[in-house]
Design a protein around this ligand. Structure first.
Ligand code: FDA
Length: 306
């Protein structure tokens, strides 16, 4: 990982920095490149526009590492409202939640209870819940949470990260459910004794995990903007006879929009991760870290905003 990337990723986890920045709101506009807005209304508007262009969505409310049980309940209620609005407005989309928003690291029992209720409410509305994968201190609890919910309900998927050494064994553990798995490279700063440090190694592991998803009965959700890996995914879909309803590509809102649209034209099921809310700084900084050149457009906005 480059020094710039490590530094920005480290900064993204420092509350003393992210809190005051977040309080300035999105007034300068640069955050809107990756974030649909501060309100659910903003996000639903973006989702409807994406749907109109043939793209499915997965909706997320920003925020992670809640401080107490009440915040976790608030997050849960916010997600139930997203589910209701998706149904009411006939949005073609699901939701995705970060387990630490539902108190994963504060109170595992509360997190299991809230996640289960959310998945049940989604099921009643004919919808689906995906679970994001966060930093490695949460990985084991997240996989256990997933197992707990998936053993009872089918409408739940999980993200896994190709930079972690453990992911192949996590897939072996989850295979029995033929679940929907979103494969991503991983966006957090992780120690070298548990994660690949070199991009080449992360990409190679992504390729081999992707093959496992296609070969072993998972529903692959290929979460990347990397064209070489997307080409491999298309070849694997062909090799394993997967039709367009049997796998999908997922990308983040605001990244490689033209590529997203060209995949739709090819007939590939394409889902965009749309996030909104006031706690946008850590998410936004992880996007900067992925491509430090993005810092340039932030600086330009800052100068223009003066
Ligand atoms: P890579 O970083 O190699 O980028 C490939 C190309 O994509 C770049 O050359 C560039 O063109 C473009 N690109 C990538 N990032 C960009 C950026 N920020 N700005 C502009 N261009 C960019 N992570 C995690 O740890 N847990 C999770 O649950 C999720 N969930 C998730 C959902 C979805 C739908 C996606 C697409 C990604 C995630 N991630 C994630 C983030 C993921 O781990 C990873 O950090 C990013 O996807 C960037 O990696 P790429 O696979 O795109 O490859």
């Amino acid at each position: 990982m480059s020094l710039a990337r490590s530094l920005i990723t480290w900064l993204s986890a420092q509350r003393a920095i992210t809190r005051p920045l977040g309080a300035t709101g999105m007034r300068l506009g640069f955050a809107r490149r990756f974030i649909a807005g501060e309100t659910l209304e903003d996000a639903l508007g973006v989702a409807a526009e994406l749907n109109a262009r043939g793209l499915l969505v997965i909706m997320n409310r920003l925020g992670e590492d809640v401080a107490d049980a009440k915040d976790a309940e608030d997050s849960y209620r916010a997600y139930t409202e997203i589910l209701r609005q998706i149904a009411e407005r006939r949005i073609d989309g699901a939701i995705t939640v970060k387990p630490t928003q539902l108190a994963l690291e504060l109170d595992f029992e509360q997190c299991k209870r809230l996640t289960m209720k959310l998945v049940e409410e989604a099921s009643a509305l004919g919808n689906f819940v995906e679970i994001d994968m966060e930093h490695s201190s949460a990985t084991e609890a997240t996989v256990s949470l997933y197992e707990h919910v998936r053993a009872r309900h089918e409408n739940v998927g999980l993200a896994v990260q190709s930079y972690l050494f453990r992911t192949e064994s996590d897939l072996a553990r989850l295979k029995r459910w033929n679940p929907k798995i979103r494969l991503v490279k991983g966006a957090y700063l992780e120690p070298h004794d548990i994660a690949f440090a070199e991009k080449r190694e992360v990409d190679e592991n992504y390729s081999s995990l992707m093959r496992i998803l296609f070969a072993d009965g998972f529903f692959p959700a290929i979460g990347t903007h990397d064209e070489a890996l997307l080409a491999q995914a298309k070849a694997l879909a062909k090799e394993y006879g997967r039709g367009s309803g049997d796998w999908e590509v997922q990308m983040l809102f605001g990244i490689r929009r033209e590529l997203q649209e060209s995949l739709v034209r090819e007939g590939i099921r394409m889902r965009v991760y749309v996030t909104y809310g006031t706690e946008w700084v850590p998410y936004f900084m992880r996007r900067l870290a992925e491509r430090p050149a993005n810092v340039g457009f932030v600086l330009k906005s800052l100068f223009k905003g003066r």
